[in-house]
Design a protein. Structure first.
Length: 105
């Protein structure tokens, strides 16, 4: 590359750097003018009641019957957590803990 090509390239790089700084300054000014506040978690206005949790252990094949029994008593299925994994070689089925919840009284 000849000397004039190097000069042009240097001028273009300088111009690009200048525009990047202008762009960054514009973004910072725009964000600053929005009045950005820290994010604060807020509790739902409708869900003020504390929740009560209970769990039941069962085989994974009987989750639906356990859930139906508990839901009949006013509990809601919240989470299913594996306790012991399935062992096909030994014939053991997977055991799970079924967690239920309901509003405290």
């Amino acid at each position: 590359m000849d000397e004039t090509g190097n000069r042009r390239l240097a001028r273009l790089e300088k111009s690009a750097r200048l525009w990047r700084w202008f762009g960054l300054a514009a973004v910072l000014l725009a964000v600053g003018s929005l009045g950005v506040r820290p994010l604060v978690a807020q509790q739902s206005k409708t869900a003020k009641a504390a929740m009560e949790y209970r769990q039941s252990a069962c085989l994974w094949t009987s989750i639906s019957s356990v859930a139906n029994d508990w839901e009949g008593k006013g509990w809601e299925l919240f989470q299913v957590v594996p306790i012991h994994p399935e062992n096909p070689g030994a014939g053991a089925k997977m055991q799970v803990a079924v967690v239920f919840r309901r509003p405290s009284k």
